[in-house]
Design a protein around this ligand. Structure first.
Ligand SMILES: C[S@@+](CC[C@H](N)C(=O)[O-])C[C@H]1O[C@@H](n2cnc3c(N)ncnc32)[C@H](O)[C@@H]1O
Length: 179
């Protein structure tokens, strides 16, 4: 994910569903001149992220408690959004992507890496068996993710499986650009 952003010099980056801020910390290291904002709706996760990120007081960063599905960000204000292992929890994925298309600048990058199925049928099966728990997993197959992104005004630049021990099938990274 970090490599995909190299060469773009984004000056504002949002780590969506930042959790404990592991990726935010690496973004700060990699893009020392960028403003980095970690967004998550869990106060507990944000508290851990705050602890982790306060290790480098020299860098401007923000942590924001918000729902990824209703982002309180100004239109066309963000250069890049990264989102790891979070998108599969979103209830309204199409609307979330439309919201992201609003807050990103034209040409802005959206890179999502998340658990993924292989087929629409498998996606529907997993959605069905997880729904009764109230924590529905929407692990889109790669072609479903591409379709959703295109419908929201993005061009898909790259897609790849990410080898990971213990995850079958491997998670998928999708890199897209707002048209
Ligand atoms: C498995 S953690 C991943 C955290 C981090 N991105 C990482 O890769 O380590 C998923 C995170 O997504 C957050 N999350 C899930 N749904 C969300 C939503 N609708 N809005 C904001 N954050 C959300 C959770 O609170 C959790 O911190």
């Amino acid at each position: 994910m970090l490599r995909r952003l190299d060469g773009n010099s984004p000056s504002t980056i949002v780590d969506l569903g930042c959790g404990t801020g592991q990726l935010s910390a690496r973004l700060i290291e990699r893009f020392p001149h960028a403003t980095i904002a970690g967004i998550d709706f869990s106060a507990g996760m944000l508290a851990e992220a705050a602890q982790r990120l306060s290790a480098d007081p020299s860098h401007p960063y923000a942590l924001l408690r918000a729902d990824a599905e209703k982002l309180p960000l100004a239109p066309s204000s963000i250069d890049a959004v990264v989102c790891t292992e979070s998108f599969h929890w979103y209830h309204h994925q199409a609307e979330t992507l439309e919201g992201l298309a609003e807050v990103l600048r034209p040409d802005g990058r959206l890179i999502i890496a998340s658990i993924a199925t292989l087929t629409s049928r498998a996606e529907s099966l997993i959605r069905g068996i997880t729904a009764p728990s109230g924590r529905t997993i929407r692990a889109l197959a790669p072609h479903q993710m591409r379709r959703l992104l295109r419908q929201s005004g993005f061009e898909v630049l790259h897609q790849q499986r990410i080898p990971r021990v213990g995850a079958v099938p491997w998670p998928v990274l999708t890199d897209a650009r707002l048209l």
